[in-house]
Design a protein around this ligand. Structure first.
Ligand code: ZN
Length: 298
């Protein structure tokens, strides 16, 4: 038996929207995704094949209001219905109640307990380490998941060695820091770097929150550029990939797919799985069910 591996690409703020002029997914040039899906990633798109699953799943989790990041990401990375626990959707960074859920069942801690070798692929800048403060209110769910597992954060040195991927895919946000020695890279190479982590690790998580930032600004030009960058990144991620390495893509809530509004949406979010485990995720209908889907199969 070949060992299953999984690379979870978390894109913040990506839903499946109407195919109209406000949806950059409808017009962006995404040849890699198009050829996999046979069309655009929009409302109603479904693919059920032996090596590819694409469907829309619920991010509202039975709680009224528009889904938000802290509760949505806690649901993704702990498998717990976080908005139900709070009684509402909670934005941005996790509060004390969510942190205690994460400390119990962080994806990295859970992986450790199951003897699954995991890594958070993202790199952290020197600024993060210099101003490190475990009591801050400003750490993301993924950072809290790392702290809960006592895991080692990737540095920009790891990034420079191709052993990490920056949250912006191409390192463009690092170019304003003089002397950091980290060049920008093409998205294809970032995808390859992420893929190659699967030789060493069984579960790899990567987070990109650029689509949520762009969605809040309702910027069609940047949205289109991001999706085209992401498509090249995806090509790098799947080129020469073995079938036992599974690429899972999902989100915490919609946003980018509807630029008629600068807020989040209640749209279904995509569940994309490319690899031999694809059929195993066909029963996942909500974002808090992805976690069990992962651990039942690794
Ligand atoms: Zn947001």
């Amino acid at each position: 038996m070949v060992k299953n591996k999984l690379i979870f690409v978390f894109l913040d703020g990506i839903g499946m929207g109407k195919e109209d002029g406000y949806n950059p997914f409808a017009s962006a040039l995404m040849p890699t995704l198009d050829s996999l899906l046979g069309g655009k990633l929009v409302r109603g798109t479904e693919v059920y094949k032996n090596n590819l699953l694409v469907k829309g799943i619920d991010a509202c989790l039975g709680v009224s209001g528009v889904p938000q990041s802290a509760t949505g990401q806690t649901a993704l990375f702990t498998g717990v219905n976080a908005p139900e626990i709070l009684g509402h959707h909670y934005p941005a960074y996790p509060n004390k109640e969510l942190i205690s859920v994460i400390n119990e069942r962080s994806i990295f801690k859970y992986a450790d307990e199951q003897n699954i070798k995991s890594i958070f692929a993202n790199s952290y800048t020197d600024g993060f380490f210099k101003s490190f403060d475990v009591n801050t209110d400003n750490y993301s769910v993924t950072t809290r998941c790392m702290l809960a597992a006592n895991s080692k954060f990737n540095t920009t040195e790891d990034l420079g060695r191709g052993k990490a991927v920056h949250w912006d895919i191409t390192n463009f946000t690092l170019q304003d820091t003089p002397g950091n020695g980290i060049p920008s890279i093409v998205p294809y190479m970032a995808g390859q770097n992420l893929l190659h982590l699967a030789t060493e690790y069984d579960l790899i998580l990567y987070e990109c929150f650029l689509p949520d930032l762009i969605g809040h600004r309702k910027d069609m030009e940047k949205a289109t550029a991001f999706l085209e960058t992401f498509d090249s990144f995806l090509k790098g991620l799947i080129d020469e990939k073995s079938p036992n390495v599974n690429i899972l893509i999902s989100s915490d809530h919609g946003n980018l797919e509807d630029l008629s509004t600068g807020g989040h949406t209640k749209n279904l979010v995509p569940l994309f799985c490319l690899g031999s485990l694809a059929p195993e995720f066909s029963s996942v209908n909500r974002i808090d069910q992805i976690f069990d889907g992962i651990f039942l199969n690794l």
